[in-house]
Design a protein around this ligand. Structure first.
Ligand SMILES: NC(=O)C1=CN([C@@H]2O[C@H](COP(=O)(O)OP(=O)(O)OC[C@H]3O[C@@H](n4cnc5c(N)ncnc54)[C@H](OP(=O)(O)O)[C@@H]3O)[C@@H](O)[C@H]2O)C=CC1
Ligand SMILES: CC(=O)[C@@H](O)[C@H](O)COP(=O)(O)O
Ligand SMILES: [Mn+2]
Length: 384
């Protein structure tokens, strides 16, 4: 029986991870469960699976949950408590499904404790990929990608020699505004932006998908996970999200991984790796019913967030931290109706232009830049 510590358990990935765990009660036990503030979503899971350790965002939530929980689970709060549960000796797998760079420190702790990590939290790799990968190499820990594209690439690369990779081809659905011109983006609402054509996901990543920043973050995520240079990472638009990504080898042979757009499939694979378990939660892929798969060229002019992500990734140092922090804050302002959709990219570009890059930043520097940029975006954004 594998003992699981799930971070971000009330989110889109977290809830789907719980479904996978429940499908295989003889294989997986939810030992530790962490979430932010959503007690109503957490309570039924906690009451059913009775994790021994629970971590929430702050003391107020701890008290709120403590008043409603019916068994003797240990409840704690804050980043240190997250760091503690990922390092528990009994834990076999840490699922990192928290949103944003708050996942950085627990990731480093889980690596230092030699845990297998099912990794969804892409912002952590964007903000501090050099620190995470250095620690992973030193401790010989594999990050098992949950993000659908990276899970696909990981499968295409199984048994292959990385030196024989020509390029990685990341597929992008295009998001909710893929058929609109830039002029048609003026005045779009968050309700329009939240209508993803293929996937049901948390709000932040759905907005990232609409701005194409999601693919930008994924380019940087791929760079760190697979060690392929930025010039060898291509993004193409693929309407159906059926091909999750591809790898081209030096002999021009291309491997692709396909599947229905259902995140429980890569989540389950990250939990069972290197084995595969039966899966019954959704229907099998039916290519005849789908009929055709469509592809389009990606445009940096149409999607400046993708251009900015490549530029930040290539520049390296502290610039990806700036990109990520500015994006997290700008999306949050947009979701709270403080700024317009097109302001997201303007606020990010503004921070990237102002920043003097620091080479090889340490954890303290990254955390301080992250806080400083969020503050700056909030101030600028609220004046708009
Ligand atoms: N959703 C998807 O299909 C995919 C998501 N990803 C990545 O997975 C990650 C999670 O995405 P998604 O599930 O959509 O996000 P959601 O917003 O749905 O969920 C985020 C989770 O993180 C928790 N959380 C936020 N802040 C804290 C904190 N300070 N301490 C503890 N928990 C916290 C939230 O708790 P609460 O809500 O209770 O406050 C919630 O459980 C992101 O990095 C995303 O890019 C990658 C591929 C696909
Ligand atoms: C499910 C998943 O992995 C998301 O990151 C998805 O890729 C978002 O779709 P886009 O291709 O629209 O960014
Ligand atoms: Mn993805």
């Amino acid at each position: 029986m594998k003992q699981i510590a799930l971070l971000g358990g009330t989110g889109s990935i977290g809830l789907q991870t719980v479904e996978v765990i429940k499908e295989h009660p003889e294989e997986f036990n939810l030992l530790a469960f962490a979430f932010g503030e959503n007690v109503d979503k957490a309570l039924p899971i906690i009451e059913q699976l009775k994790p021994s350790y629970i971590v929430v965002k702050n003391r107020a939530i701890k008290e709120k949950l403590g008043n409603r929980i019916s068994y003797n689970g240990k409840i704690n709060y804050g980043i240190e408590a997250l760091n503690e549960i990922v390092s528990l000796s009994k834990v076999d797998i840490v699922v990192n499904a928290v949103l944003g760079s708050v996942g950085l420190e627990p990731t480093l702790e889980a690596i230092r404790a030699n845990k297998q990590i099912a990794f969804a939290n892409k912002e952590t790799l964007v903000t501090a990929g050099h620190l995470v990968m250095k620690e992973a190499k030193a401790n010989q820990v594999n990050l098992l990608p949950v993000d659908s594209e990276h899970a696909a690439i990981h499968q295409c690369l199984k048994g292959e020699n990385l030196k024989e990779v020509n390029r990685i081809i990341l597929t992008a659905s295009g998001g909710s505004f893929r058929d609109r011109t830039r002029e048609e983006l003026v005045g779009v609402t968050k309700y329009d932006a939240l209508k993803h054509p293929n996937w049901s996901m948390g709000s932040k990543i759905t907005i990232d998908s609409a701005t194409m920043m999601n693919k930008g973050l994924e380019v940087i995520e791929a760079y760190w996970l697979f060690g392929v240079p930025y010039d060898g990472i291509q993004v193409i638009m693929h309407n159906e999200s059926v091909i999750h990504s591809m790898v081209e080898f030096v002999d021009r042979s291309v491997m692709a991984q396909l599947g229905t757009p259902d995140m429980r499939i890569p989540i389950q694979y990250a939990l069972t790796y290197p084995d595969r378990f039966n899966y019954h939660l959704s229907d099998a892929l039916d290519l005849v019913q789908i009929g055709q798969l469509n592809f389009r060229e990606m445009s940096f002019e149409r999607f400046p967030c993708l251009r900015m992500a490549y530029e930040a990734g290539k520049a390296g140092g502290s610039l990806p931290t700036v990109l990520n922090a500015a994006n997290e804050e700008a999306v949050s302002l947009f979701l709270q109706d403080h700024i317009k959709f097109l302001d997201i990219e303007k606020l990010i570009e503004n921070e990237l232009e102002k920043h003097s890059v620091i080479k090889n930043p340490d954890l303290e520097t990254i955390l301080s830049i992250d806080a400083e940029i969020r503050d700056s975006v909030k101030r600028t954004g609220l004046k708009r």
